[in-house]
Structure formats: structure tokens, C-alpha cells
Ligand binder design. Structure first.
Ligand code: IPE
Ligand code: IPE
Ligand code: MG
Length: 238
């Protein structure tokens, strides 16, 4: 089995999973967070090198105050716990998104985790928090314009190849496979630049139920895809 080097996941369906069980949405998020730990383990075990997971979008602040507060508590606990997890699985953690919107203690935990795990190389784990692709692109363009204004670069210096250096995912390969759980067929503002040639896999399984078997199914399906990059198969570069 050809295991994708980089898998991106839109983990969706925590709320619906909980509702089906007659439980509050927050319970779904707790179970979803537990599942995230397991999926990191499976990905590493299967030989995935980069895993990028969408956990909270720039749009998710629109949820009820209760739900947002519950998620913040979950992030607080998870970011602390993730120090140990990163060591156990030798995973380098990078948080992508506009972190400055979070309370200071959450920002501190993010920096601490990133610093602590920076030495690990087994799995590169990107956690998207307060992430929105449009927000990321606008922040990147602003940084670029400042550099231009300061005379460090000229407009001609910006290319398709180096534009990605201005994004939160700078230095990472683009995802090979995108998985979205829970049946929605949209990107919801995730990695719009980076997914240009990624294969998409959608499943009706809700995130808390997305187990090792489901991950293998997604990879198997990916293996049946005929990946192309605009050329004709069998000819040079394809
Ligand atoms: C995904 O599950 C987690 C977050 C977006 C934080 P949802 O909370 O979106 O669950 P559904 O889609 O409402 O079932
Ligand atoms: C996308 O899921 C964001 C995350 C998974 C964090 P949503 O559940 O928020 O997306 P929509 O609202 O269904 O598009
Ligand atoms: Mg959802």
C-alpha cells in the first residue's frame, strides 16, 4: 500500500455523533478529541509523515457561548497533554491559524508545545486552531506587502513556488489526501492554496467513530486513484 506522505483531515460530525446518542454536543467534542490522539497514533504507525487536522475554524466562534467555552477548555487540556503525546510518538507539533485570538494561557501552551516538540521528526502534526484559509492568505499577503514596502523584496520576487512560504504551512509539502468525515462535501475554508492537487475522500462516518480501519479504507481508496497534475498519464512528469 502506498501511504500518502501528507494527510489532511477535516474532523467533522462530533455534534451529530453526540446527538444520535442523546448526549450534549460537548460530549461529542470530548470523544472527538480522544479520537484525535488515536488517529495520530495510527497515522504514525502506518507511515504517514505529515498529518494536518482542522479542529477549530475562524467561523466556529459563531457557535453558542457554551459550546465555544467547552472547546476552549478542551484545547487547554489537550495542548498540555500533547506535550507527553508528542514525546511518546516523537511528533513535531505546529499550530496553524491566528493564535493571537485565543486567551494568553492558550497561546503560551501552544508556544511551549511547539518548542518542546520541535526536536521530533517521526510525525509532523499540524493542528489548525482558529484557522481559516482566507485569513491565512490575507495575513501572508500583508507580511509580503510589508517586506515590499521595506524594500526587502520586489513584486517580481513573488512566485507560485515561494508564495507558500508566507502561509502558516511554510516548509510543509502539500497534502496528498484530504479526508472529511460526517458527509459534508465542502472545504469550509480549509487549506485552499495547499489543496490545489490533493485527492479528496469523503465518508459519512462521524469523527468520533473514525478508527484505524476507516483510515486504512481512505488510504486504500487513495491508492486506486489515478493521480495527475494536468498532464497525460504515461508521459513525462505524470
Ligand atoms: C467538528 O464537529 C468539530 C468542530 C467544528 C469544532 P462539529 O461540531 O462540526 O459537529 P457537527 O458537524 O455539528 O455534527
Ligand atoms: C469545519 O467544520 C471546521 C472544522 C472541522 C474545525 P464545520 O462543521 O464548522 O463546517 P461547516 O459549518 O459545516 O461548513
Ligand atoms: Mg460540523
Amino acid at each position: 500500500m502506498n501511504v500518502p506522505r501528507h494527510i489532511a483531515i477535516i474532523l467533522d460530525g462530533n455534534g451529530r455523533w453526540a446527538k444520535k446518542k442523546g448526549m450534549p454536543r460537548g460530549y461529542g467534542h470530548i470523544k472527538g478529541c480522544e479520537n484525535l490522539e488515536k488517529v495520530c497514533e495510527y497515522a504514525r504507525e502506518l507511515g504517514v509523515k505529515y498529518l494536518t487536522v482542522y479542529a477549530f475554524s475562524t467561523e466556529n466562534w459563531k457557535r453558542s457561548r457554551d459550546e465555544v467555552e467547552g472547546l476552549m477548555k478542551l484545547f487547554r487540556d489537550y495542548l498540555k497533554k500533547c506535550i507527553k503525546i508528542s514525546e511518546k510518538w516523537q511528533m513535531k507539533v505546529r499550530v496553524i491559524g491566528e493564535i493571537s485570538a485565543f486567551d494568553q494561557d492558550i497561546q503560551d501552551s501552544v508556544r511551549k508545545l511547539e518548542e518542546f516538540s520541535s526536536q521530533f521528526e517521526e510525525l509532523h502534526f499540524q493542528l489548525a486552531l482558529n484557522y481559516g484559509s482566507r485569513n491565512e492568505i490575507v495575513r501572508g499577503v500583508r507580511n509580503l506587502l510589508v517586506k515590499c514596502q521595506d524594500g526587502e523584496i520586489t513584486p517580481e520576487d513573488v512566485t507560485e513556488e515561494n508564495f507558500g512560504d508566507y502561509l502558516d504551512t511554510a516548509g510543509l509539502p502539500d497534502p496528498d489526501l484530504l479526508i472529511r468525515t460526517s458527509g459534508e462535501l465542502r472545504l469550509s475554508n480549509f487549506l485552499l492554496w495547499q489543496l490545489a492537487y490533493t485527492e479528496f475522500y469523503f465518508t459519512d462516518v462521524h469523527w468520533p467513530d473514525f478508527n484505524r480501519e476507516e483510515l486504512v479504507k481512505a488510504i486504500e481508496q487513495y491508492n486506486r486513484r489515478d493521480r495527475r497534475y494536468g498532464g497525460i498519464k504515461g508521459e513525462k512528469n505524470v
